[in-house]
Design a binder for this molecule. Sequence first.
Ligand code: SOE
Length: 385
Amino acid sequence: MNELNVGIVGYNFMGKAHSNAWLQASKFFDLKAKPVLKVACGRSESAVKAFAKTWGWEQVETDWKKLIERSDVDIVDIALPQHLHYDVAIAAAKNGKHLFCEKPLSFTLAQAEEMAKVADDNGVVHYLNHNYRRVPAVALAKQMILDGQLGRLFHWRGAYLQDWIVSPDFPLTWQLQKETAHAGPQWDLNSHSVDLARFLVGEIKSVSCLTTNFISERPLPGSGATAFSSGTNAKTEMGKVTVEDAALMLVEFDNGAIGSFEATRFATGRKNHHTFEIYGSKGSLVFDLERMNELQYYSEEDQDGTRGFRTILVTENSHPYIGHWWPPGHIIGYEHTFTHAVADFIDAVAQGKKISPNFYDGVKTIEILEAGLRSAETGTRIVIP
Ligand code: SOE
């Protein structure tokens, strides 16, 4: 079998989730090429060497510009904070590297459009890792909607609720600063929800949004501070939070449906509560990532008197991706969605085919998110051209 050499840039949360997927995919999927964990790149040589040893990356680099010029790298995996996506993706595409890029795609719509164009101009496959499209229950929802089982769609109700910064003692990590995150939950979390809404309901034609801050100053971080982890030795010196803490967004879809999006890191008790509800003329669906092997389904066509939301346990071999894993009822987890993405991406690269979501999906999502921030600033509804 031919091989595809991967070079990864970034070794924290996403670096780990991606490394696991690059290792697992060829064990559980009959791939058209085998991914090889060739090079891991990070600024700290000691940290990236330890990461490479743990996950089996053959070599290390401390300069991403060197990694993307290597002739023994076919794929560049961008597992970095979003302020670095643009520079790495553009340069890697110009070196003919296929791109597996973490969400959100970029800071601005202009950057997103350029990333998509340069990737296409250089004939590389580009994938934007909205991994939740590859949760079997979400892929099943897509099939049910395409089969018309929900009929005409009326409502999308999406929420992405976390609570890792409720404490005022949580330090000022990169996710809370405009220069490294661009925005807060509107970018980090509503990017997921907008991608799923576009995937399941359709394109969005107008946006109204409200954002707010609950805590405006935080201690500067010590070591190891990032999402969900306050790290150690936080400083006594304080710094300003320069992104929103929560965003509420209302949209109109092209197909006449309307939608609501809640994104916050102050939903005390909610850990990674990424949910959607879709209501249609013939039925409805409800998904909750914290119960990701289940899909709630209501059908108007069920018998009178016994109609009600039923729980579909999405673990049958006939369900998307499940046949590659375990027998019915042996549930899968968060990390499997990354393996599904890697399997589909490798096959797309091996066959020279496109994959979704890709950078053009990223352009549409950034356009909606940016419109949301503009709406929040101006207090007006923004029509998407
Ligand atoms: C932090 O909010 C985060 O790690 C997001 O960046 C991921 O995209 C999400 O899947 C889990 O939470």
